[in-house]
Design a protein around this ligand. Structure first.
Ligand SMILES: Nc1ncnc2c1ncn2[C@@H]1O[C@H](COP(=O)(O)OP(=O)(O)O)[C@@H](O)[C@H]1O
Ligand SMILES: N[C@@H](CC(=O)OP(=O)(O)O)C(=O)O
Length: 422
């Protein structure tokens, strides 16, 4: 059996859903489980709505109305009959958000976020599943929360693999024998049945979880790009398709920030030797990228850009060295503020890191660190990572840039840079 994953970009409008139907129809003879994300930018909208609601600012109901209208337009373009059950089912999903909004936001933000934002995936899969049935592809909608068991770390839940595998294996193979399955990416549930989410862009990871538990032959992620390129085409004009990648190279690229695949996706597939294909949903005949346990692939230089970086330099106040107890204290503070380190460098008396400038939590971290250390920071930087670098590739990215911090090993070069003025 195979797992297909369709992200928000692939189902951002009715045409996208029709295209998904075309892709599925052309794989009619395969046993398929399909994982679908929320449509277009729905997750961002619902995130905004959750913030408006919890801060009791702006108008969360207006944002809800906007989200409903967007899905309504897509449904009307797909279903000719206004009485089709899909309209009611989707309306009922949105009522769940209305009920939350009518109450005072007494629960923690991360918990409320998961209850609201998860509706995006529940709605998109309802529409996709009904559409497939409408075009004669018999499909069964499954609630991923009944299969993906997590802890209660809301917004970044950890999967309980043993419990998840038991639930998936005990029910889904029988269903797949009869029909295709459509389920949600990104969401799971605690054993107490509270909805959780797996972290932004987590639907790729969901596809890997289902595939690993079912022992799938392969996973195919359908994207708006021809496959994994040697750079994000949003940043680079001349990109190259990488036809074949090893699991290790794919893990490294996603670890350093290549957003084409969620970083947690590869490992479960590698563990079970499941091939991952990244293919274009626009040009479906194109081969795309194949990721598997090969070591024969050519090392193509790849570039990863992260803008909006802050360099934080930390020095012990008493001029003691940066040794294990200081480092452990510093890392626990990053963990507490949920801040991921993109690059780090330490000398005897200072420790420097580059992190995403995510606003309030960075300011809170800086305040926290200042209680024990001397702290300096620089904003507005860019982090460039080159895998399989050479001098030519470094020169290429350094035009009009000044290096602030640099790290190299035999395969990877990281450059934290500032744009030169004028
Ligand atoms: N190395 C890369 N190769 C291809 N695409 C990349 C790469 N790095 C970043 N991207 C970006 O990833 C995007 C696809 O991912 P995403 O927008 O998250 O899709 P989806 O919503 O379907 O999951 C592309 O449009 C591209 O801008
Ligand atoms: N909808 C979620 C999960 C996801 O993976 O989406 P996408 O596949 O569109 O990146 C998000 O936007 O974070």
């Amino acid at each position: 059996m195979q797992v297909f994953k369709f992200g928000g970009a692939s189902v951002k409008d009715a045409e996208g859903v029709v295209n998904l139907g075309r892709i599925i129809s052309s794989h009619r003879n395969n046993t398929l489980l399909i994982v679908v994300s929320a449509m277009g930018k729905t997750t961002n909208l619902l995130e905004e709505l959750t913030i408006a609601y919890t801060k009791q600012q702006d108008d969360p109901f207006a944002l809800l109305q906007q989200t409903k209208q967007y899905h309504d337009d897509i449904m009307h373009a797909l279903f000719a009959d206004d009485n089709h059950p899909v309209f009611n089912e989707v309306a009922n999903r949105f009522v769940e958000i209305e009920w939350i909004l009518e109450e005072y936001p007494a629960d923690p933000f991360d918990y409320l976020y998961d209850q609201i934002v998860s509706i995006g995936e529940l709605v998109s899969t309802t529409i996709v599943s009904h559409y497939l049935n409408e075009i004669g592809v018999k499909s069964k909608w499954l609630d991923a929360r009944e299969y993906i068991v997590t802890d209660n770390t809301h917004r970044e839940a950890h999967v309980d693999w043993a419990a998840t595998e038991i639930r998936i294996r005990s029910a889904i193979p029988d269903i797949l024998e009869k029909q295709l399955v459509v389920t949600q990416g990104f969401i799971g549930s605690t054993t107490e049945n509270f909805t959780t989410t797996l972290g932004r862009e987590g639907s790729d990871y969901s596809a890997a979880i289902f595939a690993a538990c079912l022992g799938a032959e392969s996973v195919t992620i359908w994207k708006d790009v021809p496959g994994v390129l040697n750079a994000d085409p949003k940043w680079f004009d001349e990109t190259l398709l990488i036809p074949e990648l090893s699991y290790l190279d794919a893990i490294e690229l996603t670890y350093y920030g290549a957003t084409v695949i969620h970083p947690k996706t590869i490992k479960p597939l590698q563990n079970k030797d499941i091939t991952l294909y990244v293919k274009s949903f626009v040009d479906i005949e194109n081969g795309g990228t194949q990721i598997r346990g090969t070591n024969g692939s050519l090392p193509v230089p790849s570039f990863i850009f992260k803008v909006n970086q802050v360099l934080v330099s930390i020095l012990p106040k008493d001029f003691s060295f940066i040794v294990e107890d200081n480092l452990s204290d510093i890392f626990s503070r990053f963990h507490l503020h949920k801040i991921k380190v993109n690059m780090m460098h330490n000398s005897a008396v200072s420790f420097s890191v580059s992190i995403d400038d995510t606003g309030d939590n960075v300011l809170a971290l800086l305040d926290d660190l200042r209680a024990r250390y001397d702290v300096a920071h620089q904003r507005g930087l860019e982090l460039i990572t080159i895998r399989y670098y050479n001098q030519q590739t470094i020169d290429r990215v350094l035009v009009d840039k000044e290096i602030i911090m640099e790290l190299k090993d035999s395969c990877t070069c990281q450059l934290l840079v500032r744009k030169l003025q004028g």
